[in-house]
Design a protein around this ligand. Structure first.
Ligand code: BV8
Ligand code: ZN
Length: 253
């Protein structure tokens, strides 16, 4: 079934020209790029059982030490939710854009793996991946032993508690991911900033690094954020509408 024809949008000619001439593109994304897949953003109020918790209070090593079962169950709930959704037109348009440039790297703050499921090949996960199980003690990757009933499950090597392979508040980002993200920001001709409130550090530094290095900064968000002030182009709208329309404009012109 042919995808619904993206709504036609008119873009600033200068932006389209810059995109057509670009060789290196970086696409920096936050929770907003997965919103139209049905994955609540961090700013969205949590629903149901988790409504009384703030994500920032659960996504920390202290919370895990204090109450490992509750933190594990929150991630199990999120895994179930994410496992039941599909990449949306924004993820797919970003994956399609990849073919049009010498390099297009996705630098995501998200842990849902939806960019990869949409076909993006070059993805840097700044904050890890929710599908990974790591041992809280020895740090090894440890597939969950089948059939166990203990929550959280235990590491097959050292019997430590397993945790999701995500970066919690107060934890350092994976050095290799951060280095790659910085390199992308410093070398990009065009730097998209899509669906992020730009509140979480050090990720929120990347648009500034890109701008200082001479990239054209393009902000895609239905609402204003701190980075509007440094963006060359602000595309006010949902990523699932704007990105397919931008792809279509590139093909049309
Ligand atoms: C570190 C994985 C240091 C876990 C995540 C005080 C001031 C400044 C900084 C700090 C501070 N106190 C502490 C810090 C540091 C802290 C931090 O930044 N805190 C914030 C809360 C102030 N950062 C850290 O702790 C980082 N580590 O600094 O280490 C260090 C150094 C040396 C040695 C030891 C330590 C680690 C941060 C990583 C945290 N982990 N995720 C999990 O997922 O459970 S971050 C998590 O929150 C998400 O991954 C995401 O990155 C972030 C939420 O941000 P967004 O993605 O922007 O999402 P949000 O909901 O905020 O916004 C959504 C946006 O989308 C909105 O703008 C909305 O308008 C838009 N939108 C909605 N719908 C759409 C849309 N856009 C487009 N289309 C739509 N349809
Ligand atoms: Zn272990």
């Amino acid at each position: 079934m042919r995808a619904a024809h993206p709504a036609r949008m008119d873009f600033d000619t200068e932006l389209v020209e810059r995109l057509r001439a670009a060789r290196r593109v970086a696409v920096f994304t936050g929770a907003g790029v997965s919103a139209e897949s049905g994955v609540p953003t961090f700013r969205d109020a949590q629903t149901g059982l988790w409504a009384r918790f703030r994500p920032e209070d659960l996504a920390t090593p202290e919370a895990f030490r204090r109450d490992p079962a509750t933190v594990w169950n929150w991630y199990a709930w999120r895994r179930e939710l994410i496992g039941g959704v599909q990449p949306n037109p924004a993820h797919r348009a970003i994956a399609e854009l990849q073919q049009r440039f010498d390099t297009l790297t996705v630098v995501t703050q998200n842990v849902d793996g939806l960019h990869q499921r949409a076909g993006s090949r070059d993805v840097v996960e700044l904050h890890g991946n929710i599908w990974l199980d790591l041992c809280f003690e020895c740090g090894r990757r440890s597939a969950q032993p089948g059939g166990g009933t203990e929550v959280p499950p235990r590491c097959a090597y050292c019997n430590g508690l397993l945790r999701p392979g995500v970066v919690w508040f107060g934890e350092s980002l994976p050095p290799s991911a951060w280095d790659r993200a910085l390199d992308c920001a410093q070398r990009a001709d065009i730097f998209f900033c899509i669906g992020t409130s730009s509140l979480v550090e050090p990720a929120a530094r990347l648009p500034h690094v890109a701008r200082a290095a001479g990239a054209v900064l393009v902000q895609v968000n239905p609402v204003p954020t701190a980075h509007d002030a440094i963006a060359h182009h602000v595309l006010r709208g949902k990523a699932g509408v704007v990105m397919p329309a931008l792809l279509e404009a590139l093909e049309r012109m």
